[in-house]
Design a protein around this ligand. Structure first.
Ligand SMILES: Nc1ncnc2c1ncn2[C@@H]1O[C@H](COP(=O)(O)OP(=O)(O)OP(=O)(O)O)[C@@H](O)[C@H]1O
Ligand SMILES: [Mg+2]
Length: 255
């Protein structure tokens, strides 16, 4: 790697990948080989909006293709465009369909859950892990925490983040808020689920079931964020844990 042209990408709060000559170099984990196999598999299924994976190099870095565009860390107003909401739901559906038959004997994952294993969940399909160009969805990144799970488990987190299903008032300055009223949020959830279904009844998920799943997902995420935040002395993760618990409680208004 030519150090002169390395760019450290600090978007995420877990590690900072390096960009060099249109390639991304990420710190590898015990799951990286599995993620490499998974990305190669889904691309062979026609999913061309995820990075190409070139495997783990001799420095232990996971090498991936760079997707050019914007990865929003702060949420710009256009992120809530209805077209993006529909497109993201459709991409999640395509991702799930493409991972349904993924088999890798030596698979190792960073996360686990007690859901049925229908697909490989991305587990973190949110605005901060999507690339946009001209205010349109272009690609999905950050597959570190993928793991087998149910479709609704992923639908829960992605709809929570993209609707977004957050309270409309701040209780603490670091808590995220929604720009929408409860009525609009519920309508956006319907739009999301409708788009995911692609007019197939079997894939049209019930709103209340999704809300209940979001509660479960947020509680699991809160305990992971708290534990990992304490372990690594990461205050942002510890704050997130508090927010997820508060949101899990608040979201009961939709039941
Ligand atoms: N393949 C890619 N194409 C374009 N940009 C990328 C790619 N991979 C990483 N990035 C950039 O690097 C940043 C951090 O990458 P990534 O999200 O993979 O790391 P992370 O530290 O695991 O993040 P997180 O806190 O979300 O777990 C992203 O926000 C994005 O800006
Ligand atoms: Mg990320």
């Amino acid at each position: 790697m030519d150090n002169e042209s390395n760019e450290i990408l600090t978007g995420g709060n877990m590690n900072s990948p390096v960009l060099n000559d249109n390639l991304i170099y990420k710190e590898s984990t015990k799951a990286s080989k599995t993620i490499h196999e998974l990305l190669c598999y889904v691309r062979s299924q026609g999913i061309n909006w995820v990075p190409e994976s070139y495997g783990i190099n001799s420095d232990g870095k996971h090498v991936l293709s760079y997707i050019e565009g914007v990865v929003p860390q702060e949420k710009p107003y256009w992120i809530w465009n209805e077209d993006i909401l529909k497109e993201v739901a459709l991409k999640l559906r395509q991702w799930h369909d493409a991972t349904e038959n993924f088999k890798y004997k030596k698979a190792r994952w960073l996360l686990s859950n007690d859901e049925i294993n229908e697909v490989i969940c991305h587990n973190d399909f949110a605005p901060y892990n999507c690339v946009f160009k001209d205010n349109k969805f272009k690609g999905l990144i950050d597959f570190d925490v993928c793991s087998p799970g149910s479709r609704i488990w992923d639908i829960a987190y992605t709809s929570y983040r993209f609707i977004p299903l957050f309270p409309d008032k701040n209780e603490e300055k670091y808590y995220e808020v929604s720009p929408f009223s409860k009525e609009v949020m519920m309508n956006r959830l319907k739009i999301f689920l409708d788009s995911y279904s692609c007019d197939e009844k079997e894939f049209l998920y019930d709103e209340k079931k999704v809300i209940n799943k979001i509660r479960k997902r947020l509680k699991v995420l809160a305990s992971w964020s708290k534990e990992y935040g304490l372990q690594t002395k990461n205050q942002e993760l510890q704050n997130n844990a508090k927010m997820y618990l508060l949101h899990a409680k608040w979201i009961k208004i939709f039941l």
